[in-house]
Each structure stands twice: as structure tokens, then as C-alpha cells.
Design a protein around this ligand. Sequence first.
Ligand SMILES: Cc1cc2nc3c(=O)[nH]c(=O)nc-3n(C[C@H](O)[C@H](O)[C@H](O)COP(=O)(O)O)c2cc1C
Length: 177
Amino acid sequence: MGVTGSSGGHLALRLLEALAGSSWEVHLVVTDMGRRVLEHETGRASLDGLASHVHEPDDLFAPIASGSFQTRGMVVVPCSMKTLAGIATGFADNLLLRSADVCLKERRRLVLVTRESPLSLIHIENMRRVTRAGAVVLPPVLTMYAKPSSIDEVVDQITGKVLDALGIDGEVRRRWQ
Ligand SMILES: Cc1cc2nc3c(=O)[nH]c(=O)nc-3n(C[C@H](O)[C@H](O)[C@H](O)COP(=O)(O)O)c2cc1C
């Protein structure tokens, strides 16, 4: 799981909480801007302690930098347009970008919770490019038909969609019946 410096730190927190109740081992990479925006939005200085393994973004010797290390896949939540651009071009100069690159080359699941609005053509072209390479672009959009009564419920709805895209069980939302 990667966390970048776009808005939406609450989504990262909720997903880590949901995964903590599962049997999945979570390797976490938070970019420098990811830490700063997370603290600004949530008041939390770090996500350490919520994942099985925490790696520094400049540690390109970490296991998740290699395709020989087996993973289910990766989610980047939230995913900035800068990191999206890095993934779209294969510019793997930090651990988060390299791990995403590995997922694409190994044909593993890669889910990008991209957060920006409005979108430029560059953003859209990069989303098209990563989609063609096998990634799932999953923007955190509102689900008003679920009639959420709080922001927490909105966050749960989006977290449920992310878990589905990763193929991981976890009932954090009400499903449409
Ligand atoms: C408070 C704050 C909110 C931001 N929100 C977004 C955002 O929603 N989407 C985005 O693409 N960039 C956003 N940015 C800009 C990114 O942090 C910036 O492009 C950064 O270089 C991303 O680096 P990273 O992908 O390595 O974390 C935001 C910056 C700040 C300070």
C-alpha cells in the first residue's frame, strides 16, 4: 500500500484499519508529501503501527521493490497526479513508484485511488495509459445512492470498493441489495 500527498488521508487510515482485521500482511510506503498532507488533514503524524511492515520511500532495497517478492498486488490511496504520472511513464525513482511498476510488469493487481479535480488532459491521458497497462483507476467519488449520513460512511463506501478491487474480503459498507 502506498500513500501519497494528495487529499484523502482518511481513506488510507480506514483501509489500514480494515486490513488490520484481515490475515493480509501489509507493506506500507508513505511519500514525504504523503506524510505532510496526512498530518495536515487528520492530525496523525504517521501511519506506523497500522501496517505489518513500513518502508521508507527511498529504500529501493526493500523486498517489495523486487518482482521475486510475492504480493497480491498494490493499492495507492490516495494517489497524487504526480505519482500517477510516475507510474504511467515507468519513472520508478522511489519505492512506491518502483513497487507499482513491479505490479504492472508482473501482471498483479494495481489499484490507484486517484484524487484530483478537475482533471487536465495530462491526468486523463495518464489514467488511460495505466489502465491500458492493467491498473484499476478508482477515484474516490461520492455514492449518494447509499444515502450516507456521515463522512465516515462515505469513506466506508469507498474503502469497500477498494477492497473489492483488490479481491480482499471485508465488509466495511452496506451493499446494494
Ligand atoms: C494540502 C495539500 C493537498 C493536496 N492535494 C492534492 C490532490 O488532491 N491531488 C494531487 O494530485 N495533488 C495534491 N497535492 C499536491 C501534491 O502533494 C504534490 O504534487 C506532491 O508533489 C505529490 O508528491 P507524491 O506523489 O510523491 O506524494 C496537495 C498538496 C497539499 C499541500
